[in-house]
Design a protein around this ligand. Structure first.
Ligand code: TPP
Ligand code: MG
Length: 349
């Protein structure tokens, strides 16, 4: 086998890392790396389980880990995550339990949605992680409504609306950015541009020079950020969140990432991606980039790296075992959580 392409290195001095992340940059970067390894491990395992028929559906976020972890670490408890299709790791970083997430993936009786929602569409109320909608773009306007409510209630939280490059062609993207700008919603728009909307490459999604450039049409600021660079991503999110929290206008951040897996377990990218795509994506692997930066600086030894990897595998295995031992929702529970109480019917049959 060929060794594969060289990683594009992260070129930060320790001082620059401190400027991006803060005085605790070393522990934050290590913690980010741990979470990124967990996300990567979870994706690999779940894609395999889907192929074995043990979970019904899975959408990996492989390649998006730096954005998802930075969002988990840069947001505050009061903030809200309104996800696109791939931000489950953000919910975990914000404190959602991996075991509960596994119950959701197995659609069992301990799934908070009790198997009613499609697997890989979690909701995590306790960490302000709104249920994912597969209907592309609709969450953008939901987040704007949330951001208006936060402002009206003088709530310190900020809503972070995630969406993909494909969603920038949806009506809701345009309506959402316009409304948020005009009304001053407390929202940060975070576009994870993984360069594909299933089989449609981003070049066919827009003729604009960037997705960030679209912000100008609504009178907003837009920034294009390397979403495979944890430091740049964290700094951009922290700055945007701080500015909106301080009463500034909404902002659009475009995180350029590389989708490293099929769109979902129902997709076969060999039918449409160019042959060199996976090599290009591998060169921008966010986990590998942070890992080699940490190793080169002496902050991550081989032994620590191996320990982090095996701990992630242990955690994922334990969560799967817990989920596989839980019963499915009883058929008789089908209308529970739908009606407030079973209505007694006067003169009913
Ligand atoms: C309104 C709507 N149209 C089409 C689809 C089918 N669909 C599911 S995912 C997807 C592509 C989404 O691409 P993008 O926004 O870039 O997000 P990514 O999957 O790359 O994270 C499409 C077209 C849908 N779910 N909703
Ligand atoms: Mg996309």
């Amino acid at each position: 086998m060929s060794p594969g392409p060289a990683l594009v290195p992260l070129a930060y001095s320790a001082d620059e890392a401190r400027r991006c992340v803060g005085d605790d940059w070393e522990s934050t970067a290590l913690s980010a790396y741990r979470w990124m390894v967990l996300g990567r491990t979870l994706d690999a395992r779940m894609q395999a389980l889907q192929r074995q028929g043990r979970v019904g559906f899975y959408g990996a976020a492989t390649g998006h880990e730096a954005v998802n972890v930075a969002a988990g670490l840069a947001t505050a408890r009061d903030d809200w995550i309104v996800p696109g299709l791939r931000e489950q790791l953000t919910a975990l970083v914000r404190g959602h339990s991996l075991v509960t997430y596994a119950h959701h993936l197995f659609a069992d009786d301990r799934d908070p949605a009790r198997g009613r929602n499609m697997p890989c569409h979690p909701t995590a109320r306790e960490v302000h992680y709104v249920s994912m909608s597969s209907v592309i773009g609709t969450q953008v306007t939901h987040a704007v409504g949330l951001g208006l409510a936060l402002r009206a209630r003088r709530d310190p939280g900020v809503a972070v609306a995630f969406f993909g490059d494909g969603a920038t062609s949806s009506n809701d993207f345009h309506a959402g950015l316009n409304l948020a700008a005009v009304q001053g919603a407390r929202v940060v728009f975070a576009c994870a541009n993984n360069q594909w909307a299933i089989s449609v490459p981003v070049e066919r999604q827009t003729a604009a020079a960037s997705l960030a450039a679209k912000a100008a049409a609504y009178g907003l600021g837009g920034r294009r950020v390397d979403g495979t660079d944890f430091f740049a991503t964290f700094a951009a999110l922290r700055e945007a969140l701080g500015a909106v929290r301080a009463g500034g206008p909404p902002e659009l951040l475009e995180f350029v990432v590389y989708r490293m897996t099929p769109h979902s377990s129902s997709d076969d990218p060999k039918r449409y991606q160019p042959a060199d795509w996976s090599d290009r994506a591998a060169a921008h692997d966010p986990v590998g980039r942070l890992e080699s930066w940490l190793a080169a600086g002496g902050w991550l030894t081989d032994a620590a790296r191996a320990a982090i990897q095996s701990e992630a595998e242990r955690e994922v295995r334990a969560a799967i075992a817990a989920a596989e031992s839980a019963p499915p929702p009883a058929a008789s529970s089908l209308t529970e959580d739908v009606y407030a109480a079973a209505a007694s019917r006067p003169g009913g049959r």
